[in-house]
Design a protein around this ligand. Structure first.
Ligand SMILES: C/C(=C\C(=O)O)C(=O)SCCNC(=O)CCNC(=O)[C@H](O)C(C)(C)COP(=O)(O)OP(=O)(O)OC[C@H]1O[C@@H](n2cnc3c(N)ncnc32)[C@H](O)[C@@H]1OP(=O)(O)O
Length: 355
């Protein structure tokens, strides 16, 4: 009688049986398809606090009712990064569980902010673009518009457009491996301003003053934040799973040892939220408005440390409250070797010094 647990027999059986697959390949997506994601998630205080604590987002308005009231919230709301991560995590099983990396995201918006704990999230995605990767024939590139809705009212709470590399079932013929390796980036050396201005404080006026100072010179308002967060099992594997993100990239070392990263990697939303946490620790945030042009440049893995760098792009004396003005930033997350791992622009309302 066959001993199915005999190592040689079992190895052969594994080789010959089919695998009941999870997730979808590139060929499964067609422009215009709408996918309703089955997993739902109740946005809890515990989930939001766990996310915030581990990513160093310690803004008291999300932790304490008196600080929340001072900012015009009924109670501490769900943190927008947790809401964003949950709106993406829920989609992974259908969109990207097959593998392939999160390349970028844009137009992240929160039309019904603030969102309070206890809200049930229902998420749907529409395929907006599918493209061949000229440099990687075994992958295609897919973009989706995703909307996270209040399951009860249907109100859109978070929406964005995201792009991933997605494995193909069959590699496609391309015009050659060198296609992406153009030397477009042939380096003329860095082209940076002479001076870097750091805002004196974290209020709206400090950003306005710094921009005015930079305007007078060949200068930019750009600075780094001191905090770093070394990636560990909690940030790499536990946080994505807490948003129902089933991407093997974050929790299956076995499969990932044979992938471009060679190991499990940090969920992009953890990387960016950690960098944003560092940046927010040096400003007086009033409200988050949105995020654009987000890109993930290279992998972050256990043992890597996530730091943050900020450029202030513009400031406008106009916001949802007289207590704040609006500032547009570029945030760059980088690792211990000073390599950029994430970049994106962020629009946020920043509290004024004089209320
Ligand atoms: C899985 C998950 C969540 C989820 O489940 O969802 C995650 O959280 S995972 C962690 C976060 N993530 C990462 O850790 C990835 C970091 N990244 C890299 O490590 C490298 O990027 C790479 C190894 C993936 C690729 O390496 P690479 O092949 O050298 O990279 P590129 O040549 O730059 O990109 C290849 C092709 O993608 C096109 N492309 C790039 N960016 C965009 C964009 N924003 N929009 C549209 N197209 C884009 C590019 O135009 C090229 O297209 P072509 O093949 O046609 O030239």
């Amino acid at each position: 009688m066959t001993d199915w647990t005999d190592p040689e027999t079992f190895a052969q059986a594994l080789d010959e049986v089919e695998t009941k697959e999870k997730g979808n390949c590139f060929e499964d997506f067609a422009e215009g398809d709408v996918i309703e994601h089955d997993p739902g998630l109740t946005l809890t205080q515990f989930g939001s606090e766990k996310w915030m604590s581990q990513t160093l987002n310690h803004d008291p308005a999300y932790w304490r009712s008196d600080a929340a009231a001072a900012r015009g919230f009924e109670e501490p709301p769900v943190h927008p990064d947790y809401l964003t991560a949950a709106t993406l995590g829920i989609t992974v099983e259908d969109l990207s569980e097959k593998g392939g990396y999160f390349l970028g995201r844009t137009d992240v918006r929160f039309p019904e902010a603030p969102v309070y704990t206890g809200t049930e999230l229902h998420v749907e995605s529409e395929v907006v673009n599918t493209a061949t990767s000229s440099s990687r024939p075994e992958y295609g590139i897919v973009s989706w518009r995703t909307r996270g809705k209040d399951a009860e009212t249907g109100d859109v709470l978070c929406s964005y457009e995201r792009t991933n590399m997605i494995p193909r079932r069959e590699p496609v013929a391309t015009d050659g491996s060198g296609a992406a390796a153009t030397d477009e980036g042939a380096d003329d050396g860095p082209d940076l301003p002479e001076t870097f201005v750091t805002p004196e404080g974290g209020y709206f006026e400090d950003f306005v003053d710094a921009l005015e100072q930079a305007d007078d010179e060949n200068a930019a308002v750009a600075y780094r934040h001191e905090r770093g967060r070394t990636q560990d099992d909690v940030t790499v594997a536990s946080l994505p799973l807490s948003t129902l993100n089933t991407a093997k990239q974050h929790h299956n070392v076995d499969v990932m040892s044979d992938s471009p990263s060679g190991n499990i990697v940090t969920y992009g939303d953890v990387t960016r939220s950690t960098a944003l946490g560092h940046a927010r620790s040096d400003e007086q945030t009033w409200r988050e408005v949105g995020f654009d042009d987000e890109s993930f440049h290279t992998f972050v893995a256990v043992g890597d440390t996530v730091y943050a760098f900020t450029r202030v792009l513009e400031a406008e004396n106009d916001a949802s409250s007289d207590a704040a003005g609006t500032v547009r930033f570029q945030h760059i997350a980088f690792n211990q070797d000073d390599e950029p791992v994430y970049s994106g622009t962020r629009t946020a309302e920043i509290q004024k010094r004089s209320k």
